[in-house]
Design a protein around this ligand. Structure first.
Ligand SMILES: NC(=O)C1=CN([C@@H]2O[C@H](COP(=O)(O)OP(=O)(O)OC[C@H]3O[C@@H](n4cnc5c(N)ncnc54)[C@H](O)[C@@H]3O)[C@@H](O)[C@H]2O)C=CC1
Ligand SMILES: O=C(O)CCC(=O)C(=O)O
Length: 468
């Protein structure tokens, strides 16, 4: 618990409406219970604490939510499935991984959220992601509950054949727990178009039916146009909304991006399109720094490098003659806007201070929970435009929701239609953040706005549905 209580915690919590010492005590006792019930799950504690800090003051004078223990119930998964995934590698050896699906909350729709294949995957990571997903999905205003799943399988360095065998074995257990009306997985780290294709093929074979049970499918078999682009584009649409609040825009801004996967790629593309200069990308080996800026031609190379050749980011530096900084994150590079798009807790309090010192004025999370709680506190205390992932990166799951609608209708909408809906959804999420994010001093906290805006809809649905 101490980890999450930073030195000026009292001061920070005092700035929230309806707050008093009782509120602080309530957050502490709530978190003590969460930590006792979920020992060792640090990422989950971190995600729940960030939400509790804003929701407990909000429900202070709302006895209906307190009496029904809505927050306590939201922090308890409805169901967790853990299973063995045996498969055979190219050398003919048996390998065993662990598969998971966390079905967190279905108050407003079927469980919805991605699958992550990465060696770091464990229950704590997936519970934090599934918990975040509840609020994010609610903010989209689409009928989607919260879920997340995955495996400690590492697709890196595996042949297509090995990835296919793994996906088939994973789905051979998962298929009995999901369906288009009860749980609809999608991609996340390590799960892209290739993996979704293999997973969908096996589901169809086992169930003998063609349904929209996964999103992020290829366009030729029911996928929505713009779904691959949606998370990254949505991040940039959200940044543009935040900057507009200050009568500013992204055009001409210097942008630092971490990651080079799906979210980073399409964030980069939209930044280029809107006239920003992106100077970095990264992967787990380090970052590239291209002072000239990454243009459309270089973007095409990255798409090939990461999605087809499946190479490392230093190949970009070799090809275009720029710097590669091994083992480091790009936050030391001066910028106007920082977009952490790789993974959780990749941006520390020291990184946050350095970014501000170097002139950064806006941070939006393409990744889930990439900034540590202490880094977020520094951003908010310094009046940096800071958008949490559950608001800024909601475009991906929003277009997944639109893919589900198209599958149900057995129709497909044009790129323009989907992109227009995506822009509207990001605009509405931004408005929701403004509506619920006002602090007593007149400033906007996007953290507070996103948490409360996401909570209300789920909480009201839970109240209406009784004690389930
Ligand atoms: N794909 C989607 O639609 C959505 C993804 N997200 C989040 O965005 C983030 C990135 O996901 P994707 O781009 O989909 O995955 P991806 O697998 O396409 O790319 C992940 C990127 O992060 C980097 N990375 C992973 N672990 C790292 C580490 N420990 N240190 C440094 N770099 C690391 C990888 O090298 C890669 O560049 C994740 O936090 C994910 O949960 C959020 C919303 C939707
Ligand atoms: O598109 C989806 O269902 C999942 C997206 C996702 O995993 C996320 O928003 O973090």
């Amino acid at each position: 618990l101490i980890n999450y209580l930073s030195p000026n915690y009292d001061q920070r919590i005092d700035s929230i409406p309806n707050n008093n010492h009782q509120t602080l005590t309530s957050v502490q006792s709530f978190m003590t219970r969460i930590i006792d019930r979920n020992p060792g799950e640090n990422e989950f504690h971190q995600a729940v604490h960030e939400v509790a800090e804003t929701i407990i003051p909000f429900i202070h004078n709302k006895p209906q939510y307190q009496k029904a223990k809505i927050l306590e119930r939201i922090a308890e998964p409805e169901r967790v499935i853990i299973f063995r995934v045996p498969w055979m590698n190219d050398q003919g050896e048996v390998e065993i991984n662990r598969g998971y699906r966390v079905q967190m909350n279905s108050a407003i729709g079927p469980y919805k959220g991605g699958l992550r294949f990465h060696p770091s995957v464990n229950l704590s990571t997936l519970k934090f992601l599934a918990f975040e997903q509840i609020f994010k999905n609610s903010l989209t205003q689409l009928p989607m509950g919260g879920g997340k799943g995955g495996s400690d399988f590492d697709p890196k360095g595996r042949s297509d054949r090995e990835v296919m065998f793994f996906c088939q074995s994973f789905m051979t257990e998962l298929f009995r727990h999901i369906s288009s009306d009860n749980d609809v997985p999608a991609g996340d780290i390590g799960v892209g178009a290739r993996e979704i294709g293999f997973l969908f093929g096996q589901y169809k074979r086992l169930k003998n039916e063609f349904t929209g049970v996964l999103t992020g499918k290829g366009a030729s078999y029911g996928g929505s146009l713009i779904r691959p682009e949606a998370t990254g584009y949505g991040v940039v649409y959200f940044v543009e909304q935040m900057l507009n609040q200050r009568r500013d825009s992204i055009k001409g801004k210097r942008v630092v991006i971490s990651g080079s996967g799906n979210v980073a790629q399409y964030t980069l593309e939209k930044c280029i399109e809107l006239g920003a200069k992106v100077v970095t990308l990264s992967d787990s080996s380090g970052y590239i720094y291209d002072e000239k800026g990454i243009d459309a031609e270089k973007f095409a190379y990255i798409m090939h490098l990461k999605n087809e050749a499946r190479g490392r980011i230093n190949a970009y530096a070799d090809k275009f003659g720029c710097e590669f900084i091994p083992g480091k994150s790009p936050w030391e590079v001066p910028c106007d806007i920082a977009l952490p798009n790789a993974t959780q807790n990749e941006l520390s309090v020291d990184d946050a201070r350095l970014l501000i010192k170097n002139g950064c004025m806006c941070v939006a999370e393409g990744a889930n929970m990439p900034c540590t709680p202490e880094a977020i506190e520094v951003f908010e205390n310094n009046d940096i435009l800071y958008a949490p992932g559950k608001a800024a990166n909601a475009g991906g799951v929003a277009v997944s929701g639109l893919e589900m609608s198209q599958n149900s209708l057995r129709l497909s909408w044009s790129r323009e239609e989907v992109d227009k809906k995506l822009q509207e959804i990001m605009f509405n999420i931004h408005s929701t953040c403004l509506r619920y994010g006002h602090k007593p001093d007149g400033r906007i906290s996007y953290v507070q706005g996103a948490n409360i805006g996401g909570f209300v809809r789920v909480a009201d649905a839970m109240l209406a549905q009784g004690l389930v």
